[in-house]
Design a protein around this ligand. Structure first.
Ligand code: F6R
Length: 569
């Protein structure tokens, strides 16, 4: 999603900001731009597409005070007019904004604000410009009128920069008299950083940072250490996605080692009496939560997974003997954050299962169970998913007082994939269905999400037992059904389902470790520890999505319309 970078100092801020935007590329975006100060006049350069375009356009520029942005369109289509930074009507201010201003139409009308673009962000900017006082006064006053979420960075034509946030993250670092600003710690330079809390603001001028609360009073803030050891994965393969799938074994091993050696579970605060667990997440992290719920139930703890976007508007009865686990790779996902805030308001036991040490979700929950997947760059989550599944599995063992497995379980860790021939065959179908039961149904859901998001094939997952309650009507010779079976007790059930599909002309491919499916093309999984099967079986599904995507000539790392961190609702 959108990314913000800023620089104030004696160096070439244009270069610094473009470099920062390059680091934020992985979040997904469709246009980008910079605003810089040139002799008390604000100039703006924007472009649709890559930061590399922007780099070329700004090659010969140099400026000491610069703001930049990568935009992922929400209000208004993808074009230069809607790209950030925006310039205020008076031309005295430029601004970049992450988040959504929900009452932008009302504000535009009430304060008669003239805007050129279709964005909510430009309304916010002109509202700021219409306020009275210093730049910090203006930003604080305007922020009181807006509803929604924001991280804003405003550049004044006198060289001052003001920033503030509500819900969307924003950070600063100070290296001697240079100040770096970014919406992701990864794009900051230096050893330490400051994190703005909601409705906090900062003014940056001549290398000095002054922090303010929402009443405009100066406040002091403590800096935190930048942990960059969970760095980008090194790319040994053609794409980040491929490289990240092949990191699975290492990151699982690292997670197991950390949990064992650092006694991480002992530091988790549990409710006095633990009666049930609710897991709340979005997308792939929701699928990991569904797996987690199965693991917890298996050791006798009642558990349920919720989609965060449903949970936050639903009528769930919140209880103090429930542990609320918020699962998120980024720790920034808007619906997950909003759900966590809801639980926090009620002062209930909560835990963040996140992959990013410095994330918002960790700040909200305070109680954190980290995964150690390292930085995931590809939009489609792979190693972070398997790490979440594994962490939840280990946590379920801990709750049941079962010793954690030994590292040897990874000795012959298999990376199974579909043959090239099967990939080509499956790619020809107009309809792709993934089926399975229980844990395998969850894997089917994850397989379907992976395939649709990067190959744009219309596919979905269905619990095998549900086929004849509706979906079977869609099965004909244009359909391929990929059936996953890793559990002994449901083999025969699946065999009957396959007969029903065959009778309707559907093509079938089975992913299983069992020999019972030899009548069908089969991706053979190894016989390995049952607890590893949800991981071992999802890897071929990740590869399938990757290989079909590549066959179609798409970039798996940057699927259309999607972003890595979904920081808007
Ligand atoms: C799909 C994918 C998304 C994310 C979802 C939640 O491959 O990555 O579905 O899982 O947007 O993101 P996090 O885990 O950052 O909260």
């Amino acid at each position: 999603m959108c990314g913000i970078c800023g620089y104030v100092g004696g160096g070439n801020g244009v270069k610094e900001v473009v470099q920062g935007l390059k680091i934020l590329e992985y979040r997904g975006y469709d246009s980008c731009g910079v605003a810089y100060l040139d002799n008390k006049k604000i100039d703006i350069i924007k472009t649709i597409g890559d930061v590399d375009n922007l780099k070329k356009l700004t090659e010969n520029l140099s400026a000491n005070v610069v703001i930049g942005h990568t935009r992922w369109a929400t209000h208004g289509s993808v074009n230069e007019k809607n790209a950030h930074p925006h310039l205020s009507t008076s031309k005295n201010l430029a601004m970049v904004h992450n988040g959504i201003i929900e009452n932008y139409k009302e504000l535009k009308e009430e304060f008669k604000l003239n805007c050129i673009s279709d964005t909510d962000s430009e309304v916010f900017l002109n509202l700021i410009d219409s306020e009275k006082g210093t730049l910090i006064d203006k930003v604080i006053k305007a922020s009181k009128k807006v509803q929604g979420t924001f991280a804003v960075l405003v550049l004044g034509s006198d060289g001052e920069m003001v920033l503030g946030k509500r819900e969307s993250p924003l950070y600063l670092s100070n290296v001697e008299d240079e100040v770096y600003i970014a919406s992701d710690v990864l794009a900051l330079k230096g050893e330490n950083y400051f994190a703005l809390n909601d409705d906090e603001f900062a003014s940056v001028k001549n290398g000095k940072i002054i922090f303010y609360n929402k009443n405009g009073e100066k406040i002091t803030k403590k800096c935190e250490k930048i942990e960059k050891n969970s760095d980008f994965s090194e790319i040994f393969y053609k794409t980040h996605m491929e490289s990240e799938i092949f990191e699975t074994k290492n990151v699982l091993l690292k997670t197991l080692k950390k949990y064992t050696e650092e006694n991480i579970f002992q530091n988790i605060k549990l409710p006095k009496k633990l009666n049930s667990i609710s897991l709340i997440a979005c997308g792939t992290a929701y699928h990991a939560s569904l797996m987690g719920a199965e693991f917890f139930k298996k050791v006798g703890v009642d558990a349920r997974a919720y989609l965060a976007s449903e949970f936050r508007y639903g009528n769930e009865i919140l209880k103090d003997d429930t542990l609320y686990i918020f699962v998120s790779q980024s720790g920034e996902t808007a619906d997950t954050i909003a759900s966590a805030k809801m639980v926090k308001e009620r002062n209930l036991p909560m835990l963040a299962l996140t992959n990013m040490e410095n994330c918002l979700l960790n700040r909200i929950c305070e109680n954190v169970l980290p995964t150690f997947a390292g930085r995931e760059i590809a939009v489609a989550s792979t190693k972070a998913y398997t790490c979440q599944v594994f962490s939840l599995y280990l946590f379920s063992l801990y709750l049941a007082n079962i010793p954690l497995p030994k590292e040897e379980i990874f000795d012959d860790f298999p990376y199974v994939t579909f043959s090239e021939e099967l990939v080509k065959q499956i790619a020809k179908f107009k309809k792709v269905f993934f089926i399975g039961r229980n844990l395998d149904y969850v894997t089917a859901m994850e397989a379907s999400l992976k395939l649709k998001e990067i190959s744009y094939i219309n596919c979905f997952a269905i619990a095998s037992g549900e086929l004849k309650h509706g979906t079977l009507a869609l099965i004909d010779e244009d359909a391929v059904v990929i059936a996953i079976c890793t559990q002994e007790n449901i083999k025969t059930k699946l065999l009957s389902n396959l007969e029903e599909i065959k009778a309707r002309g559907g093509e079938i491919v089975v992913v299983s470790q069992f020999d019972d499916f030899s009548d069908y093309p089969c991706v053979k999984l190894p016989e390995t520890q049952t607890e590893l099967m949800p991981i071992v079986s999802v890897i071929p599904m990740q590869f399938l999505a990757l290989h079909i995507c590549e066959l179609f000539g798409y970039n798996p790392d940057k699927p259309r319309n999607l972003a890595k961190s979904v920081t808007v609702e």
